[in-house]
Design a protein around this ligand. Sequence first.
Ligand code: SAJ
Length: 418
Amino acid sequence: EKICVVGLGYIGLPTSAVFARAGYEIVGVDVSEHVVDKLNRGEIHIEEVGLPEIVKEVVENGKLRGSMTPEEADVFIIAVPTPIHEDYTANVDYVISATKAIAPYLSKGNVVIVESTIPPRTMDDIVAPILREQGFDTEKDLYLAHCPERVLPGRILIELIENTRIVGGTTPEAAKKAADVYRAIVTGDVIETEAVTAEMSKLMENTFRDVNIALANELAKISSRLGVDAHQVIELANKHPRVNIHHPGPGVGGHCLAVDPYFIVEKATEEAKLIKLSRDINNSMPHFVVEQVERMTVELKEPKIAAFGLTYKGNIDDVRESPAIEIVEMLRRNPRFDVRVFDPHVRDEQVSFPVVSFEEAIQDANLVVVLADHNEFKTMKAEDFLSGMKTPVIFDTKNCTNLDEEKMTVYKIGNLTN
Ligand code: SAJ
């Protein structure tokens, strides 16, 4: 069987690699020449645990190759981004252009799967009509399904195989055909349902997490008002068998949690009140962090600040919608601050300011602000900072460091008093 995967990003590339490893012939399509060339050399343009090795292997054995144009195949998988417009409505342009791009290569009996996250009803109201315009009877000629990706960056290769998959068909036959595609590589359950139910389930998973993080972030703010340690409160409350308060932090980033809930708000604005408010609370966190930094340094004339971590979470290289970037930019805009940035996972060209070494970042610094929970930060010792910093003070917004608090002042996001 041959599969044509459109979009070679964080989802399309690992998906291609996993199917190729299982013996399928895969052509991976991307609009970026750089991405395609790199792939054809057996290399990848993103960071994901275990992926470089697999891609190298399947490109070398000829099972996976990159191309800038789609080709005829048995199965088509669309895994392109769905960004958000400035007015917080979904931008499904890439899904539309990918659907149009594969149309000339489709033939009767093909399975067409959209993995991209999409607003409810997109399969029925947008994707199917495009293919009908191209002369296909989408109920009979093609098997059209939405199979949302649900993998966690950093664990993609494990979760691609082990997670339960939801396959929403535009007809029951489409659901079955598409589900069979995944059954070949997935060890978890593969559940068949309707397209709109799959669309909505995916959005609610990320919304569930976003709303819960908002609750934790609100607790962090309440705690600093009341002089309580939010982390202790969470630890104790979570001893209850049915309570699971999430972790407060500098905000919610990434291309999923910070975006997907808006796809629901867009379609049901009147009703989606809690969902919208949670987005607002999480979006307010960068500002809250900057305010705390100002408070901590109020007595210094020109505080030197070292920001640690730019990615939207730990141990990845993804800076999309990262609250850390927003915080660094806000700090840099304040003329009082001298800001240096360190992130062992981020290269200079990914951001609009310089990323320096650990030593350079902490040299004469008054404050280190930790904004991502990279493993490298979890193992740092107070001694690493003592000789370089002017005043050994750290503000750990991710509650991830394990520093000796006798040697260094350690502030956390939920234990600062006003
Ligand atoms: N975060 C917190 N506190 C927490 C947990 C997370 O502040 O207690 C923050 C993280 O730092 C990060 C953001 O939330 O900025 C999102 O991180 P995440 O690890 O929750 O999720 P993502 O965005 O990397 O991946 C999510 C996953 N969804 C769920 O766990 C429900 C993943 O399974 C999805 O496949 C992915 O979205 C997606 O592509 O939709």
